[in-house]
Structures are given as C-alpha cells and as structure tokens.
Design a protein around this ligand. Structure first.
Ligand code: URA
Length: 272
C-alpha cells in the first residue's frame, strides 16, 4: 500500500514536470521572483537608449541579456569564412537567451552542396532533442512533400532555421531573438549560395523578405533575397509551414502549387 502511494506521488510529480516543460517552464533560476518587465526594459535601455526613470522601480543589479554580444552577432557572422566557422560561432554564441533553455544548438541538415536551401522558423521539441532541424512530425511531412518533386536531404536539399535554439514551449520567437539570429542565417545563406531558397512559414518569410506581409500574401510567387555581400539575388519562394499543413491539411494543394513553381524553376536553371 505504502509503495503504491509512493508510485502515485512519483507519477504526479512526473506529470507536473511534463506539464511545466510543455508550457515552456524549463529553467529554475532562483528563489526570488523576477520582474521580467523591468529586466526587459533595462535590456532595451542598453540597446535602444530608452530612459527608465519611473518612480518606484528599484534598479536591478544585473541585466539578463548581455547586450554587447547581441550587437555583435552581425560582426561574428560576417567573420565566418566557412560553414564550419559559422557552426562553431553559433555554438559559442551566448547572446541569445534561448540557448539557456535548449538542449542542443540546431544548425542544419542535408547536403551543403545542394542548390536548394529551405529555411524554417526554429527547432521544436524533437529537433532540440536530436540536434537536427525538421525531424519531428512536421519535418517528416516536409520530407514527403519534397520527395514528390524528387528532392531529398540526402541529395539536393539543405535545411536550416532562422533561430538555432528551441523557444520554450514552441512559442514564436520574439522580434529581439529574430533580430539577434538574423545575421547568422543570412551568412549561412551566403556561404551555401543556393540557386533557390524556400522559406517555410510566416516567420521565415517575413524575416528574410524584410516585410510585414503575411504568409498568405507572400506564398505562391517569386521573390528575391539578397544581402549586401551577395552579387546576385537568389530566387525565393515562400510557402506554408508543414506544421500548419498538419493542422490544416486542406492547404496542401497550395503548397503543391508552390512546389510546382519551384520544379519549373529547377528545370529552367538545369537543376532537374
Ligand atoms: N519547425 C521549424 O520551423 N523548424 C524545425 O526545425 C522544426 C519545426
């Protein structure tokens, strides 16, 4: 009887811990509550010079995000001359707090010599566990969709994400996190130099196309991606995220249409 009670207490504790993980409570930081609004305000002060002089706000002794490295992600990325340099630089980068709660840095998967590069949003739970992008259910769907036009990671596809660390509870990355990581993915694209980019989902499309337009408007037509360091722009297709397709399978036809445009372009440039 005693043993049974102990087992059910252990089960309850496990359930509670799993629930914490699901909602993104994955780090226990301290015994005292933290005023995150205040921390955030001070972080912005450091990078955007917003004065924080409200009466009654006790100054905090430390700032959560080290702003120096935050500002530096562009310089760090620009200094990378190879994909291995970039992988190492991202692994060493401590300017993004998402790294604190992630198990792995998720860099890329597929063939680095591929001429088609796919960019998603950020790793989910499965990707965080395995350290590879798009390995969970949405990744498996992505693989099946790609296979329908003879594309695979083993041969002609290279995949990465805007963000290299899983946001707790799979929340959408904040604009600050995106801005921090954007120089890395842009350098990643420069170094891979694909002929075609496929941006899956709104976060990826809006970030790299530098627009506030939603994915419904962006998908299904050609865009151009170009950084200051690139000579010629890369033809870029935006489409729905496979996780969205899992929730709304009726939209698969739209993605199929987008991929037919990709296939047409592949034929034009001699990739198919
Ligand atoms: N969703 C993404 O955008 N990227 C992944 O790697 C996994 C899920």
């Amino acid at each position: 009887m005693k043993k049974q009670n102990q087992n059910s207490i252990t089960d309850n504790i496990r359930d509670i811990l799993e629930w914490y993980t699901d909602i993104g409570m994955t780090v226990a930081i301290g015994h005292e509550p933290v005023n995150h609004k205040q921390v955030r305000a001070r972080t912005h002060t450091a990078t955007a010079s917003i004065p924080l002089t409200k009466a009654g706000v006790t100054p905090l002794p430390t700032v959560a995000t080290p702003p120096k490295q935050a500002v530096n992600s562009k310089a760090i990325a620009a200094a990378c001359q190879t994909i291995d340099d970039l992988r190492q630089a991202i692994m060493n980068f401590d300017g993004c707090d998402l790294k604190m709660t992630a198990t792995h840095t998720v860099f890329s998967d597929g063939n680095p010599d591929a001429k088609i590069m796919i960019i998603g949003e950020a790793p989910g739970a499965d990707e965080d566990r395995q350290g590879r992008p798009f390995v969970g259910l949405s990744g498996q769907l992505l693989d099946r969709v790609l296979a329908s036009i003879n594309l695979s990671r083993a041969q002609n596809i290279y995949i990465s994400n805007i963000i290299s660390w899983r946001p707790p509870g799979n929340r959408t990355p904040t604009p600050h996190e995106i801005a921090l990581c954007q120089p890395f993915i842009e350098r990643h694209i420069e170094l891979i130099a694909p002929k075609i980019l496929i941006l899956v989902g709104g976060v990826s499309a809006k970030t790299l196309l530098n627009t506030s337009e939603g994915i419904m408007k962006l998908r299904g037509k050609w865009h151009e991606f170009k950084t200051e360091g690139m000579q010629t722009p890369i033809k870029t297709m935006a489409t729905y995220h496979p996780a969205f397709l899992l929730r709304s399978p009726g939209q698969k036809a739209a993605v199929w249409k987008d991929l037919l445009l990709v296939q047409e372009e592949m034929q034009k440039v001699g990739l198919a």
